[in-house]
Design a protein around this ligand. Structure first.
Ligand code: T4K
Length: 392
């Protein structure tokens, strides 16, 4: 680890790591088991369209959520789109700006208009009062996002959705295997949509899962993900191709087999970061409610000093630590949405300027974390000098 500013790679020193350390390395699980599953699919000659691995994957996700039905899809983004189509949404969708761009794009791509609202800076989750204030006659749904796996205020959002007669859809991309006040994720709103992208706590390479208690909706989603087919050659609705392939289900099942192990490692990593950054002024880790289940997939620091978060990203990338600024600058300021005179969302913008997402997961060791914390500590403790040195 660097001991003085001059040791930092951005100031001419040698990078602390030879191989990059990533935020989202895939959690694979038992490779022999994965190979066996893939071999089985090859033997069967059945690679897509509701093969046995997909059925097993959907059952397994059902065991991990509160909902009765699970529909596997090709990604969370496409999952959100299927839900929007199955619910016949038109017009405006009220949603937080502080989320991955995929949440917004999913709806825009269908010709819907996202109306971005602000968050509670303490939780990074959408502010229900802001949601209610944004509802108009054109609103056709509310989208809540469980950012970092911490639940948004589902009860408040459901009450608002009911009052205005619109559905609530939950983007649970981050929230697999989490609880809130003892309730298991998956049965909130009309549907919850999980991501099984390679960077998630359990991954399928690409993949997603929609969970719902609404059997009729699940039935429609199943048809729509397969071109609207209701039987061998009968098409009864519009549809698309949103099917997860068997190989992805093989990856998904194998990583779900080891989910408890991944979560335990993530927790160990989180605690190591908390220890390594403790007492560092102006630096806080996003904390999770004690007594609830979390997957700890995101280690999120907030850096108070203006400009220092970006300097830390530059410093860390120099050391080959590929920390991320999710979800800066907020969807509402991203090019496709940030038109002249666009809305301003002060809490979103402030949080987006502060967040620094750090590497965790099975590929990060405790030694790695000690080194990363030492780099951050050095940079923060000498930030005035550092910011001067990095100034153009
Ligand atoms: N809603 C929310 C709240 C989300 O966060 C997301 C996705 C979605 C919806 C949509 O879900 P999906 O449609 O993707 O199922 C990544 C992921 O691609 C994305 O899934 C995720 N959220 C987002 C937070 O992170 P990028 O643009 O940062 O990806 P990328 O390629 O830069 O990868 C991130 C890090 O992971 C890099 O350091 C490289 C490393 N990596 C990545 C892949 C794919 C690996 O080491 N191996 C890999 O195979 O978006």
């Amino acid at each position: 680890a660097p001991r003085q500013l001059e040791d930092l790679a951005v100031l001419g020193g040698r990078p602390a790591f030879v191989q990059p350390r990533h935020v989202g390395r895939p959690n694979i699980g038992d490779r022999a088991q994965l190979h066996a599953r893939i071999e089985g699919a090859l033997e069967r000659g059945w690679l897509a369209n509701d093969g046995p691995l997909i059925a097993e994957f959907e059952d397994r996700v059902c065991d991990l959520v509160a909902a009765e039905h699970c529909v596997a899809v090709s990604s969370a983004t496409v999952g959100l789109q299927l839900v929007a189509r199955a619910l016949d949404l038109t017009g405006e969708i009220v949603m937080p700006s502080f989320t991955f761009i995929g949440t917004a794009h999913a709806f825009t791509w269908l010709g819907l208009t996202p109306v971005f609202v602000d968050i509670d800076p303490a939780t990074h989750n959408v502010d229900p009062a802001a949601v209610e204030a944004a509802i108009t006659k054109s609103t056709s749904a509310i989208v809540g996002v469980h950012v970092w796996g911490r639940w948004c205020d589902v009860d408040a959002l459901e009450a608002i959705a009911d009052r205005h007669g619109v559905p609530l859809i939950l983007d649970a991309a981050h929230a697999l295997a989490t609880t809130d006040r003892g309730r298991l994720v998956g049965a909130g709103g009309r549907a919850e949509v999980f991501s099984f992208h390679a960077t998630k706590v359990a991954g399928a390479g690409e993949g997603g899962a929609i969970t719902t208690d609404d059997g009729e909706l699940a039935h429609r989603l199943r048809r729509m993900k397969n071109f609207g087919f209701a039987g061998y050659d009968r098409v009864v609705s519009g549809g698309t191709n949103a099917k997860m392939p068997e190989f992805s289900a093989a990856l998904g099942l194998t990583s779900l087999d080891a989910l408890d192990e991944f979560v335990a490692l993530n927790l160990r990593n989180h605690d190591r970061y908390a220890h390594g950054l403790a007492g560092l002024p102006g630096v806080r880790l996003v904390e999770f409610e004690p007594g609830e289940r979390h997957n700890w997939q995101y280690v999120v620091a907030e850096i108070d000093e203006p400009g220092l978060r970006d300097a830390l990203v530059t410093v860390l990338h120099g050391e080959r630590v590929l920390a991320r600024r999710y979800f800066a600058p907020g969807c509402h300021l991203m090019e496709p949405y940030g038109r002249e005179g666009a809305v301003r969302l002060p809490a979103t913008e402030a949080v987006a300027d502060r967040v620094l997402v750090l590497p965790t997961g099975t590929s990060i060791s405790e030694d790695d974390i000690d080194t990363i914390c030492a780099i951050i500590r050095l940079a923060v403790e000498h930030h005035e000098h550092l910011l001067d040195r990095l100034a153009p």
